[in-house]
Design a protein around this ligand. Structure first.
Ligand code: PEP
Ligand code: MN
Length: 362
């Protein structure tokens, strides 16, 4: 590292492209017909600069739709010709990369699982030596900034300067409302390291469902990201992968119309308001807290039913004393005020008694 890296702006890869760049297309290339209908819908919007489609799909479990492979590259060539779209697709190894080049694909991207594996990134980089093709590097599935940087460096060292990073969120153990937690701090740190590296946000894989996409996309624009990659399928209900998160071209159009694109002077990830950032984190924590409380309440209800069926009184003094004592100790151990936690337990207990009382009397 340590030699200064310089990256070309998006306008060098896609002349006359307006920022934010919009990349759209289905999660996977399923059939020529599906690609055509989707491409037509997207073409009509007149806002999409790059058509995406996965030809090899990295699936968590076997026997799911793994993409159509080389056959789909022929369909994508058709889309290039018929609609004049530039095409981007995921490559995960040397063979994918050779095939993508052979079929004249325009832009490559490295998927989250591949960025996590330096051997795979290196074999892709080796194939790309001396080739002039833009490459987008998704963040690795887990929140490791160095691994993301390493992926970018491997591609850069192959002589490629048309590089972008894609922020697609991070795997998070435990329940969150996102499929992949955004952890905005990481793309912000990346921008600090490489101020001229274009960063694109993929709200589809962060959200995992259609409902969250608008707020994630807006947040990315508010932070000054340079583009959005959004999955779009002519008929999401029958999509062979990521059905819940794909938008029809029409829905994509509505989303784009509602996004507020801020002027360049006000957009800068680096000067983004620290207080705002911290509040966003508090929002996420409170959201998790409420989800945990909901889970607790469900168990309280189950206990209520059990007590009713077995004729057990709702209030059990020993159990209540044990709760107060143990929670106080747990709080102490991690440096939280015991009194504070006892007060919260008191509130929770009152609510549990109320819920179980309602159950008894119904
Ligand atoms: C995709 O873009 O369809 C994809 C598989 O993404 P990721 O690598 O971010 O999971
Ligand atoms: Mn997908």
């Amino acid at each position: 590292m340590e030699k200064r890296m310089h990256f070309e702006p998006l306008s060098n890869w896609l002349p006359a492209v307006a920022e934010p760049l919009l990349i759209a297309g289905p999660c996977g290339a399923e059939s020529l017909d599906q690609l055509r209908t989707t491409a037509q819908g997207l073409k009509d919007l007149n806002k999409v600069s790059l058509f995406r489609a996965g030809v090899w799909k990295p699936r968590t479990r076997p026997n799911a739709f793994e993409g159509r492979g080389e056959e789909a590259l022929k369909w994508l060539q058709e889309i290039q010709k018929e609609f004049g779209f530039k095409i981007t697709l995921e490559v995960a190894n040397a063979q994918h990369t050779e095939l993508a080049l052979k079929y004249g694909m325009d832009v490559l991207w490295i998927g989250a699982r591949t960025t996590a594996n330096p051997f795979s990134v290196q074999e892709i980089a080796d194939v790309l030596k001396g080739v002039d093709i833009p490459v987008m590097v998704k963040n690795p599935i887990h929140a490791d900034l160095q691994l993301w940087v390493g992926g970018i460096e491997r591609i850069y060292n192959a002589g490629i300067t048309k590089i972008a990073a894609i922020h697609r969120g991070f795997h998070f153990y435990g329940k969150t409302k996102y499929r992949n937690k955004p952890l905005w701090q990481l793309p912000i740190e990346l921008r600090t390291l490489f101020p001229d590296l274009p960063i694109i946000c993929d709200p589809s894989h962060i959200s995992g469902n259609r409902e969250l996409i608008p707020s994630v996309a807006q947040k990315a624009l508010d932070l000054g990201m340079n583009g959005l990659m959004i999955e779009s399928h002519s008929n999401p209900a029958v999509a062979l992968s990521d059905a819940e998160q794909q938008l029809t071209p029409q829905q994509l159009n509505e989303l784009i119309a509602k996004l507020v694109i801020r002027t360049q002077s006000s957009v800068d990830m680096l000067s983004s308001n620290k207080l705002d950032e911290l509040r966003k984190i508090i929002d996420e924590i409170d959201d998790e807290l409420i989800n945990v409380l909901k889970k607790r309440q469900q168990i309280i209800e189950e206990i209520g039913v059990y007590k009713k069926d077995h004729n057990i009184t709702i209030f059990q003094l020993d159990r209540w004393q044990e709760i107060l004592r143990t929670r106080g100790q747990w709080a102490d151990k991690i440096g939280l005020s015991r009194q504070h936690i006892e007060k919260i337990c008191q509130l929770l207990h009152e609510e549990s008694i109320r819920v179980q009382n309602d159950l008894m009397n119904n």
